[in-house]
Structures are given as C-alpha cells and as structure tokens.
Design a protein around this ligand. Structure first.
Ligand code: ZN
Length: 84
C-alpha cells in the first residue's frame, strides 16, 4: 500500500532533519534497490521532490564507482557466501 507511507510520514524526512517542514511527495528507497535494498516498508522513506532528486543524483554517481564499495548483504539464507 503506497499511500500508507505518506500517512506515516507526511513530511519529507530529510527536510525534517534540518528543521524544515516540507510535504513529502516522493517514495524513496533508503537503500537503493540496485545497491541491495529491499522493496518493502522497512526500506522506504518519504521525501520531497527536491531531496529525492538530490539523493537520486548522488546514488547514480555512486553507482558508477560501486565496485569500490559493495553494499553489505547480511540476509543469510540462500547459501551464497562470496569469499575469495
Ligand atoms: Zn526535502
């Protein structure tokens, strides 16, 4: 249920950190899916359009050099232990 996010977080969480009250309009993944984040309510946050754009831009830049800093995956199960 997408609407529930904005019910729980009607204001942009990033702006709130800076003591600004801005209505959230974007659903954002705290950990981007392409960096191993999950697509459920434990990994979502409400942002305003401006913060979402800033975050997305940072993520796409990070993605380009992601090989240097792989996101930790501590899910267990699946049995895929990647160790050199
Ligand atoms: Zn914001």
């Amino acid at each position: 249920m997408r609407a529930s996010l904005f019910k729980r977080f009607p204001l942009c969480v990033k702006c709130l950190e800076q003591d600004r009250a801005v209505a959230a309009t974007e659903r954002d993944h705290v950990v981007p899916l392409e960096e191993g984040g999950v697509d459920d309510e434990t990994n979502e946050q409400a942002l305003c359009a401006e913060c979402h754009e800033v975050k997305s831009r940072a993520e796409s830049q990070r993605g380009r050099r992601r090989a240097a800093a792989p996101a930790p995956m501590l899910q267990g199960g699946g049995g895929s232990k990647v160790r050199a």
